[in-house]
Write a protein of this length. Structure first.
Length: 449
């Protein structure tokens, strides 16, 4: 069945619904449920607008990157709703309910949440209230929901596939579904009024995302191209007229970053915007001074210090290192081939042009030498070790200015390329065990004669 069809979506929902839910021992307070769901979003990558591989999602190995990204994203949406149900001790998730009946009910209610987010609140409310009733509107509602998801988020071949705005809008959709799911399972019903309220909040997030990425684009050398790409993303989503007009206005007349920052009221929203800006600063293949300044202004205006910003970079980089397939749409993989070619070429030139000086400096710093030797030999660095490597490379940039690229936002994402460019053995001779001495050859015997 084709990815994105109603039949395919029902199959994914059914596979998730058939799994035994992991229900906490006791029902957590709503605030704790929100935090638990936030942790899951970060771990899965959905907080960044892309999902990791999922056993419930089957995709043709030859599918286009955008199709694979959409499939895992849709699977992630279903997972978020299912996790909200488990955290809320939904009646169909707790033990004791007949399995077949529970699976049928869970499938219907998970679809109801997605349908509510897709603009079908009345039908979603009826299905959620009577998930095992007959006749069932599952197929019709699944077709409508899948069509809306595909129209907005399936970037199979468009030139905008991979733009930060596309992924950012995916992340907003995830949070909208998560919010609706928590509210619906909390009260045992889908409220059309709550759906409308959530939709307005989502529009606010989308508008600020467009504003902040448009502000960044205006500082990029190729910003006009990015702005055209964002305009195309907005146009292809076929939004309601009023919403489309709001986003286009934000794209054409973005406020100053300090003004936008005053509206970033929650930690989740501040973190979301910083993450999207960090990713966007790498998408054009170069780290420009204007981009660095923009990130620093946003971090300063939202009260995020340098240590917190570096930690955020590290978390994003760690997720990308652990979930390479999740980067199908936003191609920032751990290998040099996955990064934009211009950025890869720039880093290669910086390292190779200064290789002798770089190796000398590295070998004089024992800890850095040991960590880089471990990485170049194929070992895996922990999050703390990667942070130490970057910190010391930033120090080296004081004597080798070409390494200043690691000090810029997103510098953590460049470490894997550095590891592949350095020679295997970086350790000074005093750190390396000497080879065993060869046994002395026996003295040659003189022939008598």
């Amino acid at each position: 069945m084709p990815v994105g069809s109603g039949e395919w979506l029902l199959a994914v929902i059914g596979a998730v619904a058939a799994e035994q839910p992991t229900v906490p021992a006791k029902r957590l307070p709503l605030q704790q449920r929100r935090w638990a769901l936030e942790v899951k979003l970060r771990a899965s990558g959905l907080a960044y607008g892309t999902g990791a591989q999922d056993p419930a999602v089957h995709v043709d190995p030859g599918a286009a990157p955008g199709v694979r990204a959409f499939a895992y994203f849709a699977g992630g949406l279903v997972r978020v709703c299912a996790q909200a149900a488990s955290l809320s001790h939904d009646e169909w998730s707790v033990p004791g309910v007949p399995h077949a009946q529970a699976v049928r009910a869970r499938r219907a209610q998970l679809l109801a949440i997605l349908a509510a987010s897709a603009g079908e609140p009345e039908a979603a409310a009826r299905l959620f209230a009577d998930p095992i009733g007959t006749p069932s509107p599952l197929e019709k509602l699944a077709d409508k929901t899948a069509t809306r998801l595909c129209r907005r988020y399936l970037a199979a071949g468009g030139p905008f596939a991979g733009l930060p705005l596309h992924n950012g809008l995916c992340a907003v959709e995830v949070r909208t579904c998560g919010t609706l799911a928590l509210a619906s399972f909390e009260h045992g019903r889908v409220s059309p009024a709550a759906v409308a309220l959530t939709a307005r909040a989502a529009l606010t997030w989308r508008t600020m995302l467009v504003e902040i990425l448009a502000g960044l684009a205006r500082l990029q050398e190729n910003g006009a191209q990015s702005l055209r790409g964002m305009e195309q993303v907005i146009r292809t989503q076929r939004l309601p007229v009023r919403e489309a007009r709001t986003l286009r206005r934000a794209l054409g007349q973005p406020r100053e970053v300090e003004q936008i920052a005053t509206d970033l009221h929650s930690e989740a929203l501040r973190r979301f915007m910083l993450t999207q800006v960090l990713l966007a600063s790498l998408m054009d293949g170069r780290l420009e001074p204007g981009e660095v300044e923009f990130v620093q202004r946003l971090a300063g205006a939202t009260g995020v210090d340098a240590d917190a910003l570096s930690k955020l970079e590290n978390e994003v980089a760690q997720f990308y290192a652990d979930h390479k397939e999740a980067l199908a749409a936003l191609r920032l993989a751990e290998t040099p081939e996955g990064l934009p070619h211009a950025l890869t070429t720039r880093l290669e030139a910086a390292v190779l042009d200064n290789l002798d000086r770089l190796l000398q400096e590295i070998r004089e710093t024992r800890e850095l030498a040991e960590l880089l030797a471990k990485a170049t030999a194929g070992g895996t660095l922990s999050r703390e070790e990667k942070a130490k490597v970057r910190e010391q490379l930033v120090d080296l940039a004081k004597t080798i200015p070409a390494l200043a690229i690691f000090a810029a936002p997103g510098g953590m994402l460049l470490l894997p390329i550095l590891f592949k460019l350095l020679p295997f053995n970086l350790l000074p001779s005093s750190f390396v065990d000497p080879p065993p001495a060869r046994a002395a050859l026996p003295a040659a015997r003189r022939k008598s004669g």
